[in-house]
Design a protein. Structure first.
Length: 261
């Protein structure tokens, strides 16, 4: 009996000890104010295979991408002015000007002089290059090979109505375009035309510049430092000057093309 009693007492002791041990670790696992050092050390050593929730990674916070700012000048983590947007607008001004230039004859014939033309075909305005191929047969003749004979006349009309001041004619399955040598008076007229187009482009660039400056003024009223606004203003000015310079270079190139016979 004594042996049996000792076994029972020992069994109760083990049970109570286990319960006490269990209760001692519960507060550690559920107390939000105390860090679980055992969990941290386990994570440091490897991923582990326990059933507990893994400690959150330090890289789990969402990563926010911000638009590039001018010279790194920001307010409340937002760029004062979106430089890429202004740059894109100014580039579109130059591309538009070059497209206008392509519609003005140079002193020497070039198939590219027809690139800006659109043909009313298949119920919409379609680039001439999509429906035909232009070949310069001689200094005085261009031949337009139309892929679909059904739109020969729309191609003819597009050339005739253009600013190229040409008189095309339909010959079989092609449109022949005589290219008379432009007179000195005509070339001067072309130079005047492209100069006017360039001035309009410069005005558009200045308008885009004003948009950026107006944005800066608005930000200045919201407590942005004067130095930041001043620095951004200089960067916008510099960018505008660069695109005005490129527009001027495009004009000089076109004027040379027009005057070269």
């Amino acid at each position: 009996m004594k042996a049996s009693l000792r076994v029972e007492v020992f069994t109760v002791y083990l049970f109570v000890r286990a319960r006490l041990f269990h209760l001692s670790v519960v507060p550690i696992s559920i107390n939000p104010t105390q860090p679980d050092r055992r969990k941290g050390s386990a994570n440091a050593g490897g991923s582990g295979s326990g059933s507990g929730t893994a400690a959150p990674s330090r890289h789990t916070a969402p990563h926010h991408h911000h638009a590039p700012s001018i010279g790194g000048v920001t307010h409340n983590e937002q760029p004062l002015v979106d430089l890429d947007k202004l740059q894109s607008k100014m580039e579109r001004v130059l591309r538009g000007l070059e497209k206008e230039f392509s519609g003005v004859r140079g002193g020497r014939p070039d198939a590219g002089m027809f690139d800006h033309l659109y043909v009313q075909a298949y119920g919409k305005a379609t680039p001439l290059s999509d429906v035909a191929q232009v070949t310069i047969k001689s200094p005085t003749l261009a031949v337009i090979h139309v892929y679909d004979p059904d739109i020969l006349h729309p191609v003819h009309e597009a050339v005739q109505a253009s600013k190229l001041e040409l008189n095309p004619r339909v010959d079989g399955n092609v449109v022949n375009v005589p290219l008379p040598k432009p007179s000195a008076e005509m070339r001067q007229g072309y130079v005047k035309l492209v100069s006017q187009c360039t001035e309009t482009a410069r005005q558009n660039l200045r308008k885009i510049r004003r948009e950026g400056m107006d944005r800066l003024k608005g930000e200045g009223k919201e407590g942005v430092g004067e130095d930041d606004v001043r620095r951004s203003s200089k960067l916008i000015e510099s960018m505008t000057e660069e695109w005005v310079k490129r527009v001027g270079e495009a004009l000089e190139k076109k004027k040379k093309e027009i005057m070269t016979v």
